[in-house]
Design a protein around this ligand. Sequence first.
Ligand code: MG
Length: 249
Amino acid sequence: MKLPLISLAFLSSSAAILAAAPEQKNNNPKQPWSGYAVHEATRPHPKKVATNGAVTTAAPADAVVLFNGSDTAAWNQNWVVKDGIMIASPGNLSTNQSFGDCQLHIEWRVPAGREVSGQKGGNSGVFLMQRYEVQVQESHTNVTYADGQAGALYGQYPPLVNPSTPQGEWQSYDISFKAPVYEGEQCVSPARITVIHNGVVIHNNQAFHGTSTHRRLPEYPKNHPVKAPIMLQWHGDPIEFRNIWVREL
Ligand code: MG
C-alpha cells in the first residue's frame, strides 16, 4: 500500500524522528552513540560472512607466547589442558605479565554438541587490560543481542559483520589494542581496538566508551593502570583455546 508511505512524508520532522527511533524492549539505559538500549534485542544483527574459520599464525620471533599447547606458566592459575588445548575452567584466567598497547592472536572454539541458547552455553571473552571485552560466543546459529554476539565489544558495539563458524570449528581473533591515555584522573584518549575474526575485520580502530560492563553504560574510571593483564573469561562454559601469543606495541 502506498498511501501510508505518502502520508509519512507529511509528518512533522520530530514525529518522523520518533517513528525512526529503534524500538526498545528492555529497561537498560540507551547508548547515546547508537540510539539503542544496552543489549537491545531489536538492534540489527550484522550480516553473515562465510569464511574457512581460524587463520592460524605462528608466533613471530618477538612475541610473548601465552599458550603453545602445554605450558601454562604465563597464567595466574591452571585451566585444564588436554590434547594441546586449554579448556575454560572455573575462575577467570589472567596473564602474569601486564600489557598496554599490544597485538594479540588467539584461537578458540565452542566444543561440538553443546546446547547453546542466547548468552548461555558458548560464552567466554577476551579481556584486554582485564577491562575491555571482545566477546566469545556461539554466533553461527545461536542468536543473542547484537552487542553480545561473537566479536562484539560487549555491551557497546556489535561486530561489523559476522564471520562465525559452527561449533566444533576453530576460530581466530587477531587484535590490535591501544590502551587509554589518562591525564591525572581524566581519560583524554579512549582505548581503541581493531579486531580481525577469521581473517575478516570486525572492528576498525573502534573506540571503547569505557570499560566493559553488563546492562549499564560504560565509563572510564578515575583510576586506571597503564598496563594490566590479558584475561580470559570463565562464564560457566568449557570454551577451548589454543595458539595464544601477544606482542607489545
Ligand atoms: Mg563473555
